[in-house]
Design a protein around this ligand. Structure first.
Ligand code: SF4
Length: 318
């Protein structure tokens, strides 16, 4: 199989075989594919702002923003346009090329969507790429965001189809696939990945990567998150994932989706720089930058700059 090829027919067996490779072989394959499409030193930097925090009616078992769990996150109103634009300006000054806006909604109401559309227009006018994650979208809502200039929409599959029901009961896997199809049909780029370390089996990680890589068009951006355990959520007490298994997941994503930007996403705060370095070697080429990821901690900007300097990494220029 040509390593350069973009394929949409990955079988579970093929992805399973990737995960089963001896680690040096897996890393070599991942790096080979990575270098065909990207400068291995370049890391795309995104900033994520929670524009509407907490009080979410959904029951995602990992999420401190669900209204169903006592996590100390209080429900807030949608941020004002001015505040969002000031944050976007600060992110740009700090080196971000993309500004992501997250709202804890099941799906946006039309009035809310109008407000977010104004934010998208304002952030875009600053010269930043725009991304939003607002929950489920209808086809009409996706069109509305596209018209406002939204570049990317984030909607994660979270895990394998088989394990999904253990994590979320208030929306189906198919609901997620439908939103992704609406985003794609509207002509926006897709940011879609998942979370590992949620007590899933190795087979679930395989299933998640196989599902992502079998979408009709690969997501342009694939965030791979390590679960951040937050007290009060149902997943607060589980066992952590072996960091090498995390790196294997990144490498499999890189090989199966050769041209996608793979984001080393949540969970970096508790990850050693050595593990993060292995993730970059495995083909991760994007991070979130800034002290907070929605409501959970993220390494500060200085620490990330030092790490990038230590590893000889540079911000990706789009
Ligand atoms: S992940 Fe999103 S949809 Fe799920 S509970 Fe959290 S904010 Fe709501």
């Amino acid at each position: 199989m040509e390593q350069n090829a973009k394929r949409h027919d990955w079988t579970r067996a093929e992805v399973r075989a990737l995960f089963a490779l001896p680690f040096p072989e897996l890393m070599f394959r991942a790096q080979t594919v990575h270098r065909m499409h990207f400068d291995p030193r370049a890391v795309q930097i995104s900033t994520l702002l929670s524009i509407k925090t907490g009080g979410c009616p959904e029951d995602c078992a990992y999420c401190p923003q669900s209204a169903r769990y006592e996590t100390g996150v209080t429900a807030e109103k949608l941020m004002s346009l001015d505040t969002v634009l000031a944050e976007a300006q600060a992110a740009k000054r700090a080196g971000a090329s993309r500004f992501c806006m997250g709202a804890a909604w099941r799906s946006p109401k039309d009035r809310e969507l109008d407000q977010v559309a104004a934010m998208v227009e304002g952030v875009k006018a600053l010269g930043l790429e725009t991304c939003a994650t607002l929950g489920m979208l209808t086809a009409v809502q996706a069109e509305r965001l596209k018209t406002a200039g939204l570049d990317y929409y984030n909607h994660n599959l979270d895990t394998s189809p088989e394990y999904y029901g253990a994590i979320i009961t208030t929306r189906t896997y198919q609901d997620r696939l439908d939103t992704l199809a609406h985003v794609r049909d509207a002509g926006m780029r897709v940011c879609c990945g998942g979370i590992v370390g949620m007590g899933e089996s190795a087979e679930d990680r395989i299933g998640m990567i196989a599902t992502l890589a079998s979408l009709p068009v690969h997501p342009e951006s694939v965030p791979i998150n390590m679960l951040v355990r937050v007290a009060g959520t149902p997943l607060a007490g589980g066992e952590g994932l072996d960091p090498i298994d995390f790196v294997r997941t990144i490498a499999a994503a890189r090989i199966a989706m050769p041209k996608s930007v793979v984001r080393l996403s949540a969970g970096r705060e508790d990850m050693s720089e050595e593990t993060q370095a292995l993730c970059f070697l495995a083909g991760a080429n994007s991070i979130f930058y800034g002290p907070k990821l929605l409501t959970t901690p993220n390494p500060g900007r200085d620490r990330d700059l030092q790490m990038m300097d230590r590893l000889g990494l540079v911000p990706m220029r789009d």
